[in-house]
Design a protein around this ligand. Sequence first.
Ligand SMILES: *Cc1c(COP(=O)(O)O)cnc(C)c1O
Length: 339
Amino acid sequence: MEKTMNWNELGFNYIKTPWRFLVKWQDGAWQPGALTQDNQLTISEASTALHYGQQCFEGLKAYRRKDGGVNLFRPQENSRRLNNSAKRLYMPEVPEELFLSAVTQVVKANEAYVPPYGSGGTLYIRPLLIGVGDMIGVQAAPEYLFTVFCMPVGPYFKGGLTPTNFIVSEYDRAAPMGTGAIKVGGNYAASLLPGKEAKEKNFSDCIYLDPQTHTKIEEVGSANFFGITKENQFVTPSSPSILPSITKYSLLYLAKNRLGLETIEGDVYIDDLDRFTEAGACGTAAVISPIGGIQYKDTFHVFYSETEVGPVTQKLYDELVGIQFGDIEAPEDWILQVN
Ligand SMILES: *Cc1c(COP(=O)(O)O)cnc(C)c1O
């Protein structure tokens, strides 16, 4: 198997790996789950996930270490976040033990698909919780499926971190006290058209402002925003409609405890971008995407450079990626060794 994969040509595409984990919630309890080779789900046409968006998901990665073993990065945080999403959408929670067992089993069963150390590739893991069963009324589903599947993905930036440009959207991705803070498909459905319109104008994606006042940055596409100030502060927005990025909270910790920056979670006004010498978007998929510039109405604001990553952003990236691949000592409980 490993011989037939071209690790250097991996993008972010669905690849059917041999094994996935599937478990059903039925009669008020999680039933015994199992690994399966079947990548098709057969569900009722009246499933609430299809009609009423009763579904949520997670995204995390497995990393091949230099010694050949495999690391998971803070999977307990993904478990906690999935359960916050489940609560908000009135779905049963997935016990942490079940979540971690499912993820671990899937990684082990597909271990040949974890890209080699040094290739920059990782195994992307997608846990998914959906409401299923016969239910046409707007109510919680009678049954649920929790599944975890995975696929090898390439590094987001093949030739090193490269800044890209973003444009502020006039659309909102979520309501002020709606579902912005949970990882649900509906937020993504709402972001497809704004994202396409941004790309048509040659931007990587759009920036969403806070839905209440449209004056503060909330999200960068489907990633969190951070900026570095002249005073060496790491600043990231706080709001009840931002998805709490595990990457962002990890960077906050590293900025403070390893790079000695002051860290601030607070308002990031779109009219006050001059305070930042560097800016970036962060999330599991890319880790960090440096932001070259932001188009807001008629002005284009450039941060560090449109072509080069800033030094603090690069340091943060190197520290986090070093920890994920096991080359740099991790803070306690950040790494779960699968192998
Ligand atoms: C998943 C996600 C992120 C990134 O979260 P990570 O835990 O860092 O992967 C950011 N914003 C949105 C909207 C997301 O769905």
